[in-house]
Design a protein around this ligand. Structure first.
Ligand code: GLU
Length: 473
């Protein structure tokens, strides 16, 4: 069997959005499922709309999602010589021709066709034009599309699709400024790169018959196509910025794990029984394009949140910690430079208490930098007469714990002694201490919190709190 080769071919006119990421994922999974090759190609021929920041964002998003490519990234702008060569060849063979029609003429033809109730299309005026033209007269190059017959293909997702050639006109393959067009470049590239399967958005279905005719004109066999239906927002409209985040990197900034987003995207339009949670290996093992839904799928943020919570709890802590490090970096905390707890310990304590990595980083910043004052409601509720004495006695017993025994169980036990001594419940000891440690009355168990803060810093924070709350009292 021929070796499968798929590709993802984004146009770098903006960030990578979830629809594009899902297309990339499906192409990647199919290549991996078949033991094939996955190519990344940047379709940047539209020089006005393509930008370097968009290219960077696409590459960054693909890397973050772990969608590694085996070849590329190829850039269409680096292949102009090759396109020119093929266009010249097509012209020589009479399969393409120069069209000198002016905009005015084309507008007039369109108006006449509309008036007759016909679908506007190029009328083939220059097909057999052999008149002389001056070298500076502007022209485009058009592909000579067959006049009759049917173009048919068996789409991996949508099934059999047919178009009448009489419906298609001679489309432009080279603009008047000499640049080649998308429908042309995509065919030359997929052909040259040996792409066997094209998985892409179904907004390209109408381009496919044109592209197939072009393959045939090049004496090539077309790849197998699979057109994936679009993604809708929760309200049934096409997914757009209005629905919140749509760019992959925005999801990262919002604190989602790449594993959660990938798992979410694979289920958005593809299923394997009623399984919801897939490891990457399971996705690769089970993925076939035939199981992609024919109809559009709706984005469901709640489900993504649920998957994120799942992966925060179940992924190896080192992996979650890696992502947490990135989020702390965004808060201005470089964990390689500032003193603080081991990140895996933070993950252990917070993976069940927070829903996103962004939230985890915000909660954890107090372990890396000084606390910014005390939560007034917390102070009002928990700092009472006697609290300062409790803090002072806590400090004494904690200072008696040696460095090598600075562990949650030992700390908790010592503080239980303080509660007993003052004849109060643990809340009256733990809450003022939480305020001292984090500035807020919510944190993991007090022993765990102090382990995160660290021994010396714990003493300093209790002393600071004693000073602050004594002044208040
Ligand atoms: N560059 C095209 C786009 O971003 C994709 C072309 C294709 O997959 O054939 O829509």
């Amino acid at each position: 069997m021929e070796k499968v080769k798929t590709r993802f071919a984004p146009s770098p006119t903006g960030y990578l959005h979830v629809g594009g990421a899902r297309t990339a994922l499906f192409s990647w999974l199919y290549a991996r499922h078949c033991g094939g090759t996955f190519v990344l190609r940047i379709e940047d021929t539209d020089r006005e709309r393509s930008t370097q920041p968009a290219i960077d964002a696409i590459l960054e998003s693909m890397e973050w999602l772990h969608l590694n490519w085996d070849e590329g990234p190829y850039y269409q702008t680096k292949r102009f010589d090759r396109y020119k060569e093929v266009i010249d060849q097509l012209i020589k063979e009479g399969k393409a021709y120069k069209c000198y029609c002016s905009k005015e003429r084309l507008d007039q033809v369109r108006e006449e066709q509309k008036a007759k109730g016909l679908k506007p299309r190029y009328d083939g005026h220059c097909r057999d034009d052999h008149s002389e033209h001056s070298p500076d007269e502007p022209y485009v190059v058009r592909f000579r599309n067959p006049d009759t017959g049917v173009v048919a293909f068996d789409d991996m997702v949508k099934g059999h699709i047919e178009f009448q050639n009489s419906e298609l006109d001679d489309f432009i393959i080279q603009r008047s400024d000499g640049t080649p067009t998308y429908n042309f470049c995509v065919v030359v590239d997929d052909y040259d790169m040996g792409i066997t399967h094209v998985i892409r958005g179904d907004d390209h279905v109408n381009n496919t018959p044109r592209q197939i005719n072009l393959y045939h004109a090049l004496g090539a066999k077309e790849p197998v196509f699979g057109h994936v239906a679009m993604i809708l927002g929760d309200d049934g409209n096409k997914l757009s910025k209005r629905h919140g985040a749509v760019s992959v990197m925005q999801y990262r900034e919002d604190g989602y794990l790449p594993e959660a987003l990938v798992n979410y995207l694979v289920r958005l339009g593809w299923s394997h029984g009623d399984q919801e949670i897939f490891t990457v290996q399971e996705m690769i093992d089970y993925f076939t394009p035939e199981q992609i839904n024919k109809s559009a799928s709706s984005f469901n943020t709640k489900k993504l949140e649920w998957l994120n919570a799942h992966y925060m709890k179940t992924l190896p802590r080192a992996e979650v910690a890696q992502e947490l490090k990135w989020h702390l970096g965004r808060l201005g905390i470089d964990t390689d430079k500032v003193a603080g707890p081991n990140l895996e310990l933070v993950v252990k304590n917070y993976c069940e208490r927070t829903h996103t990595l962004k939230e985890m980083a915000e909660k954890a910043r107090c372990y890396f930098e000084d606390i910014q004052g005390y939560d007034p409601a917390g102070v009002k509720k928990w700092i009472k007469e006697g609290s300062v004495a409790i803090l002072e006695d806590s400090l004494k017993v904690l200072q008696a714990i040696p460095e090598d025994q600075w562990q949650p169980e030992v700390i908790d036990k010592a503080l239980e002694g303080v509660a007993a001594q003052h004849e109060v419940g643990m809340g009256k000891v733990g809450q003022p201490l939480r305020l001292a440690m984090t500035g807020t009355p919510t944190s993991p168990g007090i022993g765990d919190t102090m382990e995160l803060v660290g021994r010396e810093r714990t003493f300093k924070r209790i002393s600071d709190a004693i000073a602050a709350f004594s002044a208040k009292a």
